[in-house]
Design a protein around this ligand. Structure first.
Ligand code: SF4
Length: 379
């Protein structure tokens, strides 16, 4: 019987280095591009991102590299996991970001990257290696073996090599064939519990793969296959580290740890930070940009600079009236609004309403999108 580790996943031997950072929430997730040469029927990438050359650092849309630095600093990141799409679709940009991350945060900043085998060549691998990549993870196609042999190319470089795949219950035979091929070519095998995605590419339902419980996205039979494969590696005496990564680890532990880190590092002096890293703060909104129906859509569509220009004199006025220091009030340019302490917003709500600002107490994520958990208007 294989026992779960403290992160609710399962491993033989030690965890791959990239995973050791990941489970602690210490890695920034760099979604480098939505472009990909494949169209997997289990693809987890959202419709908004898939096929588009967009870049995100965690939840923050990246316009230039300074956004990546900002986000990494916000969570005091110790490394990065580069994903997509396929990062090899925009190889030059991927390499540029790896080099810049190493330059900014030092050699020890651990970087791993996921790629399908489609675009792998000696040349593309060399470019990644020369840029400073520490660990590479390959994603196999179980419907087409054309590129499988390319896995041998990776051992020409001194980095950690692994394979990372979702556990497709219908592909036991093919997955075992793959293990037979890779066992002496890579150091580790990461098996991910398969999860259903709400996007157009995902065809799991149509192929008869159902979720294991009503309120879960995890697919029935996926973990079962994972245990079988761990046993298979053991019986064959393959010298391979295996990590069976559960949906609970990815969605619970890893994300929760990352949010906690962001909460601790991005909180303003006046914020209350709870045990999960969520922030509770006082907020003053303009009428047109109050959270409510279609709030996210509005934020994406409006010209924010127009509202910031409106808020600036109000910010100056409040700061002067209540003799606030610079760290006691904040003009939020992402979600145009003024942030202050919960206490002040409660005590002076009549004043704020009098200058056409809508006072509220908000609890929200510390992530770049500052997703609201609760908004209590004090009207
Ligand atoms: S799962 Fe990965 S390789 Fe497959 S289509 Fe999605 S991004 Fe591309």
């Amino acid at each position: 019987m294989i026992k779960s580790n403290e992160f609710y996943s399962y491993n033989t031997k030690e965890l791959p280095v990239g995973c050791q950072y990941c489970v602690m929430g210490e890695k920034i997730v760099l979604f480098i591009t939505g472009k990909c040469p494949r169209k997997c029927y289990f693809c987890p990438v959202s419709d908004e991102k898939f096929g588009k050359d967009v870049t995100f650092a965690n939840e923050k849309k990246v316009e230039d590299f300074s956004d990546v630095i900002q986000e990494a600093e916000n969570m005091d990141a110790k490394g990065a996991g580069i994903t997509g799409g396929d990062p090899l679709m925009t190889l030059d940009k991927t390499c540029e970001f790896i080099t810049k991350l190493k330059k900014e945060f030092g050699k020890e900043f651990h970087i791993h990257l996921y790629t399908s085998l489609n675009l792998v060549s000696e040349k593309s691998l060399k470019q990644l290696y020369d840029a400073g990549l520490d660990e590479i993870r390959f994603h196999f196609d179980f419907d087409d073996k054309t590129f499988w042999d390319k896995i041998s190319l990776a051992s020409a470089f001194d980095w950690d090599i692994g394979v990372e795949i979702p556990l497709l219950p219908e592909k036991e035979k093919e997955t075992k064939e793959m293990i037979d091929l890779i066992h002496d070519k890579v150091a580790f095998l990461n098996l991910n519990e398969l999860e259903r995605a709400d996007n157009k590419l995902s065809k799991l339902d149509e192929r008869g793969m159902k979720v294991k419980e009503t309120y879960s996205y995890a697919i029935k039979g996926s973990m079962g296959l994972g245990f079988k494969l761990m046993k298979y590696v053991d019986e064959k005496k393959y010298d391979l580290k295996v990590h069976l990564c559960t949906a609970q680890l990815k969605d619970g532990i890893q994300l929760a740890n990352r949010i906690k880190r962001e909460g601790e590092h991005t909180a303003k002096k006046f914020d209350i930070v709870d045990d999960e890293g969520l922030l509770t703060r006082g907020a003053l909104y303009l009428y047109h940009l109050k959270p409510g129906f279609d709030y996210r859509k509005k934020l994406a569509e409006v010209d924010k600079s127009k509202y910031i220009r409106k808020l600036k004199p109000l910010y100056d006025r409040i700061k002067k009236k209540f003799k606030l220091d610079d760290d006691e009030i904040y003009l939020d340019e992402e979600k145009p609004r003024i942030l202050i302490s919960r206490k002040l917003v409660k005590k002076k709500k009549a004043y704020f309403l009098g200058i056409d600002l809508f006072p509220a107490i908000v609890t929200e994520y510390p992530t770049a999108d500052q997703l609201e958990i609760e908004v209590e208007f004090l009207e």
